[in-house]
Design a protein around this ligand. Structure first.
Ligand SMILES: Cc1cc2nc3c(=O)[nH]c(=O)nc-3n(C[C@H](O)[C@H](O)[C@H](O)COP(=O)(O)OP(=O)(O)OC[C@H]3O[C@@H](n4cnc5c(N)ncnc54)[C@H](O)[C@@H]3O)c2cc1C
Length: 398
């Protein structure tokens, strides 16, 4: 096979006129790598830039819904996800004292759609990298300036180099610099919850399921993946409260002091506070997902609260839809492809985003009476009802 410009000549003499678009993708996270892999699969030769000098080992456990797994199947990566991830079997909820409230099987979801898989984030990044050619990625690079002109987006990079692209795709996460540059400053929507994430001894969790402790305005969940166990916590807090490394362990112990079950053991075993991640839980949505030659994908345009475990799958789904639409356009009529992409994705993303907000309000209720009512509702909520919830989340066409 020989490629000259947008013309590919195969060994049997067949000639294929490939996509003529010059594409820049900013951010090699989940959305950026997925999109780059899908575009390469379709004959594009995008450039992907990443701010970090190397991929490293930052991140905890992320969840891939069956709708996200479908995208990995299309990329020929699903077996790797199965090998390196861990399929959830069940979901258990206790009150803050550790008293069992209910447990759910997710077998019916698995039967209809396939497994829900947890994976160490750097492992998923490593898997996605396998479908992106090495010379497409430029690490340690950001955009210094973008200028949308009639001939393309004139781009200056942090290493001083320049390029002109037909389209630029911002996959640079919830604090997207591309969004800020093109759409201006847009505030994130704070959920009222903040939290810590950290690793604990995997022996603390005997099952391959999620175990959660629900308190009053406080939450602690244990998320296992292959050979690892992550703990995510949430607590009601005003935005802007500082979380200093020096007092971090003390704050976590104080916040969850009244929790029972295995929580005292978790608190006792807390290690280096610098290895504990803290953030405010925000989400974000926009009326318009593109402007001129620039379009956004993933958290940069539709960040979702972490309680739904949906961010990764929504980012991969959006990348897949945009890749499809870009195959059906060219460097002249791309605006219509952007519109198609946005129209196909918006309702689904809004639905998942709203669901995660409702779920957050329900889980994090602060009032004593309301949390007792909540615990009662969880007790009577059945696996069948949980299946209906998952069905509504997974059945939408892309
Ligand atoms: C380091 C890291 C660790 C994470 N850990 C977890 C976790 O443990 N659990 C969880 O549920 N979610 C985690 N997330 C969030 C999760 O990956 C995303 O919510 C989800 O995958 C959506 O993907 P995304 O590609 O839109 O955004 P992200 O996965 O956030 O990717 C954005 C990418 O863009 C890069 N970038 C940002 N700004 C620029 C710039 N100006 N120029 C070039 N590149 C830029 C970032 O370095 C990153 O690689 C993490 C995100 C990151 C960046």
């Amino acid at each position: 096979m020989k490629r000259t410009g947008n013309i590919t000549t195969y060994s049997n003499g067949r000639v294929r006129y490939g996509p003529d678009m010059k594409i820049l993708i900013v951010g090699a996270g989940i959305a950026g790598l997925t999109l780059c892999g899908l575009l390469e699969q379709r004959g594009f030769q995008p450039t992907l830039i990443e701010r970090a000098p190397e991929f490293g080992d930052v991140g905890y456990v992320i969840v891939v819904w069956p709708s996200g797994s479908r995208i990995l199947k299309g990329l020929g990566l699903y077996e790797l996800l199965e090998d390196r991830g861990c399929a959830f079997t069940d979901y258990k909820i206790s009150n803050y004292k550790g008293k069992f409230i209910n447990s759910y099987t997710i077998d019916p979801v698995v039967e209809k759609y396939g497994p829900i898989i947890s994976i160490y984030r750097p492992d998923l990044i490593d898997i996605l990298k396998k479908v992106v050619s090495e010379n497409s990625i430029r690490m340690d690079t950001t955009v210094v300036s973008l200028q949308d002109t009639k001939d393309g987006v004139e781009t200056v990079f942090s290493d001083g180099s320049k390029g002109t692209y037909d389209i630029v795709i911002g996959c640079d996460g919830i604090k997207s610099a591309i969004r800020k540059d093109v759409f201006g400053d847009m505030p994130l929507r704070y959920s009222g919850m903040s939290g810590w994430g950290f690793w604990v001894n995997p022996d603390l969790c005997s099952s391959e399921g999620i175990i959660e402790y629900w308190g009053k305005g406080k939450f602690l969940g244990m998320w296992p993946t292959r050979g690892r166990l992550a703990v995510f916590t949430s607590v009601k807090r005003k935005s802007g409260v500082q979380d200093s490394v020096d007092t971090r362990i003390e704050s976590i112990r104080k916040t969850f002091a009244e929790f029972g079950g295995v929580v005292p053991e978790i608190l006792h075993g807390l290690g280096d506070p610098r290895d504990i991640y803290y953030d405010e839980y925000n989400d974000f949505s926009m009326n318009s997902w593109s402007c001129g030659r620039v379009v956004l994908v993933g958290d940069s345009v539709h960040a979702i609260l972490p309680n739904a475990g949906a961010g990764v799958s929504m980012a991969m789904e959006s990348a897949a839809v945009l890749a499809e639409e870009l195959c059906r356009t060219d460097s002249v009529n791309f605006s219509h492809a952007f519109w198609q992409y946005e129209s196909r994705r918006k309702a689904r993303v809004n639905k998942v985003q709203n669901q995660s907000r409702i779920m957050g309000k329900f889980i994090y209720t602060e009032s004593g009476i309301l949390s007792s009512v909540r615990d009662y509702l969880v007790r009577v909520y059945s696996s069948r009802q949980l299946f209906r919830y998952w069905d509504s989340m997974l059945k939408d066409p892309l």
